[in-house]
Design a binder for this molecule. Structure first.
Ligand SMILES: O=c1ccn([C@H]2C[C@H](O)[C@@H](COP(=O)(O)OP(=O)(O)OP(=O)(O)O)O2)c(=O)[nH]1
Length: 178
């Protein structure tokens, strides 16, 4: 069961935390989240799952930034969220999708109890100008059946900003052979 906007509002400060919260961003069954100005772009053409991939940080200027197809931009929401007892899920907005913009790549599911900013994996079909502060995506909350274990990942939980993939931490450290 997906929570209605009215239910999301009722649970704020209890099982659901959205900060900052603005009632104008509440939808019938979701809440719109805004795009922060900072983006992270990988520097190498070929990415490696097993290694930390170097990246640079860029800021979306006042006049906006034209995204290019074929590039991956990691962004984040302005808001932090946390939901205890509910499964948070991220979805695009139709108006954004109609401009050919993806806001996540196959990873829209959040963990119950996860706290922090949402990292957005942004890509586009056509060159498109984007602006910081826009309501870029929406979060919705689903009921969870059954007992659950506390989310305790060292990767993305309680993050302080945009994070690159930490997939490489799942691989065993390299053994040096002499
Ligand atoms: O587009 C997304 C999807 C998820 N998350 C956050 C919320 C979620 O709780 C956390 C971990 O997501 P997931 O479980 O999909 O990633 P993982 O690589 O399996 O990480 P972990 O090992 O911490 O579960 O990242 C994002 O910031 N952006």
């Amino acid at each position: 069961m997906i929570l209605s906007g009215k239910e999301i509002k009722k649970k704020l400060g209890k099982e659901i935390h959205i900060a900052p919260f603005n009632e104008a961003q509440l939808n019938p069954n979701s809440y719109n989240l805004r795009l922060h100005q900072e983006l992270l772009v990988y520097e190498n053409q070929v990415l490696d799952m097993k290694e930390p991939n170097p990246y640079r940080r860029i800021q979306i200027p006042e006049e906006g930034l034209v995204l290019q197809p074929g590039e991956l931009y990691l962004g984040r929401t302005i808001e932090t969220t946390r939901a205890d007892c509910y499964v948070p899920m991220l979805e695009g907005r139709s108006s954004v999708g109609r401009l050919g913009i993806f806001i996540h790549i196959t990873a829209g599911l959040g963990h119950v109890g996860a706290n922090g900013y949402w990292t957005l994996e942004i890509a586009c079909i056509k060159p498109v100008r984007i602006y910081a502060g826009v309501e870029i995506c929406q979060i919705y909350f689903s009921e969870l059946q059954g007992a659950y274990t506390a989310y305790n990942s060292k990767k993305y939980h309680n993050n302080n900003g945009v994070q690159p993939s930490l997939m490489y931490t799942e691989f065993a450290p390299k053994v040096e052979h002499s």
